[in-house]
Design a protein around this ligand. Structure first.
Ligand code: BDP
Length: 570
């Protein structure tokens, strides 16, 4: 799936701004004809979650309705016109000029509709109904009934099956874009460390495909009438965190009258593979140092907030990190563009967090997970920064159905992208049967926090032993994808005790010392980069998870300084 762009043949128009908004707590909108106009409304900023924009309604999860009007830019009558949503959480239904044009389930991934036949030159009315209820047969699930088999159920409020606030609304940009009637549909780029760049271009219409690749002293071109196109870059400037070299690639379609469509994208030449216990980037072992994170900021909620992205990269670099996981859903496309430019290694994760495997709703959850795997890979396959797909975070895999569920998703991911390792992130450890076929073992651990509370010696000894046991059972690279402790900024204790900055810093440093001793550990991701908003629960003071090494407004705690020493940000 290509991100819309503007050039001689294509054009993008961003509908971000203040839209009209209306809550619909009684669910009257459909009966009262709101698809044709909302009547009385209140202004709302798009994109941004709705929950923190108003004085009330923080916990209201929908339905709610959005409305905006637009005219077509000049010259678009000759084009195909699409409407593209970057992310709407959770269920979106869309009407244009009173006509229902489609719906999409699941946040954090883009969807689009062709509107060529129903868009007017002037006075278009766009209406979006959004609904974010938490339900056991949605992914991620919510309102999950207690399960005697694995002591799991939703206990917090709102009743999520995950530990972050279920922000709702139009959270990423809504774009209107135009492309030629015949043109480039999709591009897939696969690179080799020897400098091969292999391209698949999907296009409609009779055309020659011309590809040019420029940068780092190279200026190459190739043409083909279909199928794959191969380029070979002599002495390639490879992409890596230390040298995030990108080439400019342009794909053009040429017909009888000349060039009729063009698309440009940055290309990083690199390989990623698992070999024994190692994770190899361009044939060399790498160790991921970084974080789990959230798209989370006061007032914006989970809304796209460009300065926060820049800040978070600056903070990660300051600490000496080279990597992050898109916990627990795919991040904005802009976040990945920046990872390509700034040299970060990304584990790209689907929104499948908190899955459970009771019969009821299972088939539906699997269908949704398949959809997310497809959508994520279609969106992110061309990013050199993305080095691994994560199918899920902390599934409650106690029932036998879990293994077949993940085998299905693993095979799907591999069939769509044979070039990247596939994993899932587990808290079960030895009991996670999907580790039998996953390429990399990813584990979250909180010994010395949720267990062995206040007893770091005991917690660290357990971690040490468990990592070895896990590696013995599943001999492949292992990443500790989460570890950390809550710390109230400004709270100090000597000797360290839980919730003090000292305890958090010491726990993280002691974990890292253990990880550094084990050659099969190829990654250390601290939970979390920043404090973030959660639902309400006794263990979430102020409805915040305080495991950030930075506060929610991005100020360093002691642990950030300690990490900077350990990871060489100094
Ligand atoms: C892990 C989850 C993560 C939580 C974290 C915590 O993967 O989403 O926020 O625990 O409790 O189990 O802080």
């Amino acid at each position: 799936m290509l991100y819309p762009q503007t050039n001689l043949f294509r054009q993008v128009f961003d509908l971000s701004g203040f839209w009209d908004f209306r809550f619909d707590p009684q669910g009257r909108g459909l009966d009262e004809g709101w698809p044709e106009g909302l009547g009385e409304t209140y202004p709302i900023a798009v994109p941004a979650s709705w929950n923190d924009q108003f004085a009330d309604e923080r916990d209201y999860l929908g339905p709610a309705w959005y409305q905006t009007r637009f005219d077509l830019p000049w010259g678009w009558e000759q084009k195909r016109v699409f409407l593209r949503f970057g992310s709407v959480n959770y269920l979106a239904q869309v009407w244009l000029n009173g006509v229902f044009i489609g719906q999409h389930e699941g946040g954090h991934l883009p969807f689009e509709f062709e509107i060529t036949s129903c868009v007017q030159r002037e006075g278009n009315l766009l209406i979006v109904r959004v609904e974010g209820h938490l339900a056991p047969d949605r992914v991620p699930p919510g309102n999950v009934p207690a399960d005697p088999l694995d002591a799991f159920g939703s206990a917090n409020y709102p009743p999520t099956s995950f530990d972050f606030f279920p922000y709702c609304g139009i959270q990423r940009p809504v774009l209107l874009y135009a492309v030629p009637h015949e043109g480039i549909g999709d591009i897939t780029v696969i690179t080799g460390a020897d400098g091969t760049v292999c391209l698949r271009v999907e296009a409609s219409g009779q055309a020659t495909r011309r590809v040019t690749l420029r940068g780092h002293g190279t200026n190459l071109a190739a043409e083909s009438d279909g199928g794959e196109i191969m380029l070979s870059v002599p002495q390639p400037a490879l992409w890596s965190p230390e040298t995030p070299n990108l080439y400019d690639m342009t794909v053009e379609l040429i017909g009888k009258e000349g060039v009729f469509d063009r698309y440009t994208l940055p290309v990083g030449i690199r390989t990623i593979e698992v070999a024994g216990d190692a994770l190899l980037l361009n044939g060399h072992p790498i160790v991921l140092k970084g974080f789990g994170r959230h798209e989370d900021f006061p007032i914006f909620g989970r809304g796209y907030a460009p300065p926060v992205l820049i800040k978070d990269y600056a903070l990660m670099k300051w600490v000496g990190a080279n990597s992050f996981r898109t916990t627990h859903y795919p991040y904005s496309e802009q976040m990945l563009d920046l990872a390509d430019r700034l040299g970060f290694l990304v584990i790209d994760e689907t929104p499948a967090v908190g899955l459970f495997f009771a019969e009821e709703g299972l088939e539906r959850r699997l269908t949704l997970c398949r959809q997310y795997v497809r959508e994520m890979i279609a969106r992110d396959k061309n990013h050199p920064s993305v080095i691994m797909w994560s199918l899920a975070n902390e599934p409650h895999s106690h029932r036998p159905a879990a293994k077949a569920f993940f085998r299905d998703l693993y095979d799907l991911a591999k069939s769509l992208d044979p070039t990247r390792p596939v994993t899932l992130v587990s808290y079960l450890g030895l009991g996670e049967e999907a580790f039998e076929f996953l390429d990399v073992v990813c584990l979250n651990r909180y010994f010395g926090w949720y267990l062995q509370q206040g007893r770091l010696d005991e917690g660290c000894a357990l971690l040490d032993a468990e990592l070895d046991a896990l590696h013995q059972k599943y001999p492949r690279p292992l990443i500790l994808t989460e570890f950390g402790a809550d710390a109230v900024a400004g709270h100090h204790a000597q000797p360290p005790e839980m919730f003090s900055e000292e305890y958090q810093a010491e726990m993280i440093a002691r974990y890292i010392a253990i990880l550094n001793r084990k050659p099969f550990i190829v990654g250390q991701h601290v939970w979390n980069l920043c404090d973030f908003k959660t639902g309400q629960a006794v263990h979430r003071v102020g409805a915040l998870n305080l495991k950030g090494v930075f506060t929610r407004d991005r100020r360093p705690k002691l642990a950030a300084h300690r990490l900077r020493e350990l990871w060489g940000g100094l």
